[in-house]
Design a binder for this molecule. Structure first.
Ligand code: DAT
Ligand code: MG
Length: 135
């Protein structure tokens, strides 16, 4: 039996700027998941650093924080059977060059630093991120 899960999904500033929020939401709904929460807002530096805390030592951390705070995002809680892994599959690999055609990143993005969408990578991350953005 699949596990009914909630996961944290976000259309990043590049996706909102390119008017792709609707396309991402369409794919989530077409898959069969429910959107339980949704908000458009601009992430501040404090929240960005908490969200990406696992990447603090990476050389691209500064760029990552600058990018994610560069404009509004659409943050969501998405629910459904095995939604954490299912959304990762719908999103495609982190690097759009490796993301399968048919996935969001494979179809809509070209470079790793602007890959349209965020999705929690495990049930534990999902709980942390849902609480961070909607708690
Ligand atoms: P994901 O977003 O697929 O969970 P991640 O958590 O490893 O990937 O990285 C978070 C974001 O950081 C990713 O969506 C894009 C950026 N990123 C990851 N690796 C990068 C790299 N080598 N150079 C530049 N940006 C990178
Ligand atoms: Mg990640």
């Amino acid at each position: 039996m699949p596990d009914n899960q909630r996961t944290f999904i976000m259309v990043k500033p590049d996706g909102v700027r390119r008017r792709l929020a609707g396309e991402v939401i369409r794919r989530i709904e077409a898959k069969g998941y429910e959107i339980r929460e949704m908000k458009l807002f601009t992430i501040d530096e404090t929240l960005a650093k908490k969200h990406y805390a696992e990447h603090v030592e990476r050389p691209f951390f500064g760029e990552l924080v600058a990018f994610i705070t560069s404009g509004p995002v659409v943050a969501m809680v998405v629910e459904g059977p095995d939604a954490v892994a299912g959304m990762r599959q719908l999103m495609g690999a982190t690097n759009p060059l490796e993301a399968t055609p048919g996935s969001i990143r494979g179809d809509l993005a070209t470079v790793i630093g602007e890959n349209i969408v965020h999705g929690s990578d495990s049930p534990g991350s999902a709980e942390r991120e849902v609480n961070l953005f909607f708690g």
